[in-house]
Design a protein around this ligand. Structure first.
Ligand code: PEP
Ligand code: MN
Length: 339
């Protein structure tokens, strides 16, 4: 980090600035210039909040050189992380994974029918929400514990790891009892820091969705929250961000794939369903995501989308899912990966 001092900087105030930085175990190195004095800070600057440095009025400018995240940073972990989710490996040069299932866990027979259908279509993992973050308090809120039980039944019956969303830490024991393979942290909870810290205390893989209006750096800092508690099993999921566009539910930001991969070693998967809100767009966005280097896809699919209890318009049929996977394999081959 580089701090440039004002020409008018008073020596006593500069001293107080130096003292406050050195108290944190960092070193301040002076470079005196003809017009400005500049300090280079050496050490682990992730513990410094650059905005706080401006509280000293002798400071003209602060420039961060290293990213504010450390554990998620590729600089300190050059190899891709590969996360094991119930026996399925995600990231690196592993197979591109497909996570699929209905938006919500519905009646037992319905969930089991969808699970069987997505398995047959070629999905690697089953996803369904037992607890649902809904915009309206009057909308279906999810089956809760009963939903987790049927997800567990589907996992046993079809041999697929299961992924489901956790909204409140007081439900974690239910997730452990139901042997959930990966905890989804939804877009709305990406900056629920207490929740992030708590899932960080487990070793269960976490699928961390990007918030509706969060920057890539904020998303990586959310991953850092989980990792700083000891859980390194984090998979990032881009699900579209909110923009002015109305023809899609959100705007799918595929540029995050190469951007995140340059900065972080964590796997990145794409959710074309919530990103577009329209099943007609799911195939093309899935193929584009694979071409751009995604480590996986999370696609809402239902044995009968017309009857889906939530997000039916963006939910594909098992036949459509199968076709996406068939075309996806061809694209994966072109870029030297498997699916
Ligand atoms: C979901 O996955 O069903 C969901 C609500 O996703 P998001 O948090 O991305 O909106
Ligand atoms: Mn949904």
């Amino acid at each position: 980090m580089i701090i440039t001092l004002k020409r008018t900087a008073e020596p006593q105030e500069t001293e107080r600035l130096i003292e406050s930085v050195e108290k944190l175990g960092l070193e301040m190195h002076l470079i005196s210039g003809a017009n400005f004095n500049v300090y280079g800070i050496v050490g682990d600057t992730t513990i410094l909040d650059e905005k706080q440095i401006y509280r000293f009025s002798c400071v003209q400018d602060v420039c961060r050189i290293a990213a504010p995240y450390k554990l998620a940073n590729r600089v300190f972990h050059p190899d891709d992380s590969v996360i094991n989710v119930g026996g399925i490996r995600v990231g690196g040069h592993e197979k591109i994974v497909v996570i699929s299932g209905p938006c919500s866990v519905e009646e037992d027979e319905s969930l089991l029918a969808s699970a069987e259908a997505v398995k047959k279509a070629g999905a690697d993992m089953l996803r369904g929400g037992a607890y649902k973050p809904r915009t309206s308090p009057y909308a279906f809120q999810g089956r809760g514990k009963d939903g987790l039980a049927v997800l567990h039944q589907a996992k046993e019956q079809f041999g697929m790891p299961v992924v489901t969303e956790l909204m409140n830490m007081n439900k974690i024991q239910e997730f452990i009892d139901a042997d959930v393979d990966m905890i989804q942290i939804g877009a709305r909870n990406m900056q629920n820091f207490d929740l992030l810290k708590e899932v960080g205390k487990t070793k269960i893989p976490v699928l961390l969705k990007r918030g509706l209006s969060n920057t890539i750096e904020e998303w990586l800092m959310a991953a850092e929250y989980i990792m700083s508690e000891g859980n390194m099993n984090v998979i990032l999921c881009e699900r579209g961000i909110r923009t002015f566009e109305k023809y899609t539910r959100n705007t799918l930001d595929l540029s995050v794939i190469p951007i995140v991969k340059r900065r972080s070693h964590l796997p990145v998967i794409i959710d074309p369903s919530h990103a577009t809100g329209d099943r007609q767009l799911v195939e093309s966005m899935s193929l584009a995501a694979i071409a751009a280097g995604a480590d996986g896809l999370i696609i809402e699919a239902h044995h009968c989308p017309e009857n889906a209890w939530s997000d039916g318009a963006q939910t594909v049929t098992p036949e459509q899912l199968q076709q996406i996977i068939a075309k996806g394999k061809a694209i994966a081959h072109v870029i030297g990966r498997r699916m």
